[in-house]
Ligand binder design. Sequence first.
Ligand code: A3P
Ligand code: MG
Length: 413
Amino acid sequence: MDRHSRFTGQPPYKRKEEGNKESHNNKYVRSSYYSHVPSSVASSHSPVLSVRRHLYDVDFPLYKQPVEIGHFSLDSSRRFFNDARMLRHYVEADGCPNFNLRDGYTDRFIKRDDGIKERLDHLLRWILENRSKLQRTPVDGDTSGSSCRLSADFVTWRGHLTKLLTTPYETQEGWLLAVTLFNGTYYISEVETEAARRNRENRTERHAEMMYWGYKFEQYMCADEPNGLPDPSGVVNTNEAFCTVVQTRLTDHSLLFSGEVDCRDNSSRFKVAPGYYVELKTSAEICTPKQRSNLHRYKLLKWWAQSFLPGVPRIIAGFRDNDGLVVSLETFETAKISQLIKHEQNCWKPNVCMNLCNAFLSFVKKVVTQDDYRVVYLFSWEPYKDVSYSVHKDSEYTFLHDWYVREMTKQNF
Ligand code: A3P
Ligand code: MG
């Protein structure tokens, strides 16, 4: 496959048999649902998608400025609210911060149960509660007006798209993305890999505590009320969340996705969301040029991808020492990160990230043909491999609920 294929309109797919010797041996392909696979897909020629960087090092693709079309909140018990009650407000730290990120870990920390898989549930709930506001078009061929579809080609979480953006540079963790086509829209929901589950269940105590540090930093930097002050004596509860829902377009793919937002800056020059949102991050303090270079090469890729997708313009990082004391703060403008990393040798490139995402979405549109909420196409990727997929009907992977399907197929929704 040559790098010019995109200019000829040929996506960088290849047949599994063609030069894909290291292709993933996908055990799920042999599932009992094989018979449901359309003959063109079920053949031994199932296509795969290459994620090799050079294929995607072409012009940055069209990505429309994301527009916030709504938001929702999850409270301390993970209950859904169709409002912004959990949105927090950024408070600029004065002088040198003196934050102890270890404080409260043992006695004022309520951790969300990450063994509970919520899949797209909250986002589906938001869509249902806002469906009268969502633009929609009649399903092709339906003249009765009884069946309408969302105006978005894809519905997903921002975090799933972030994984796609960083895939060309990822060397450690693979992913599984379940895709269902329902009423003309592709829903994408992540499935935890076995390796990720093992890592989650076998975290060291040190790692578990360090995961808390990021949330504690948020507490030091945010107030609950617009003119309030942070309350570091309070409880950190990671069930709580404020999520923005944005709409945008990547080339010919219209996207509707949601992502958690850390806070809003009321003094921002931007007066509408997502312009006034701020992403908060923590990272180890930087003492050597090599450490600065590593921040650029590895962390800034993830930070950029996460914030660029929903149009969050500013990332504020707290650099901490090994004891969890924040020693400095630094602001990164999302739009300027690509300049910042330019002098690094063999560094990641934003155009490669976005072109790979675009190619994956085109690949999904080509592969996923059955419009049936009970069918899941499971896309699978491991570092140094191609993306492959398998098809499953009425399996453990099904993630669109009856309640959603019923409501969305009602007349005049
Ligand atoms: P940091 O970002 O400061 O590391 P987010 O930054 O996406 O708003 O997430 C808030 C915090 O959740 C993170 O703070 C980190 O502590 C924790 N966190 C999120 N995703 C994580 C992951 N994949 N692994 C470990 N910790 C994670
Ligand atoms: Mg954050």
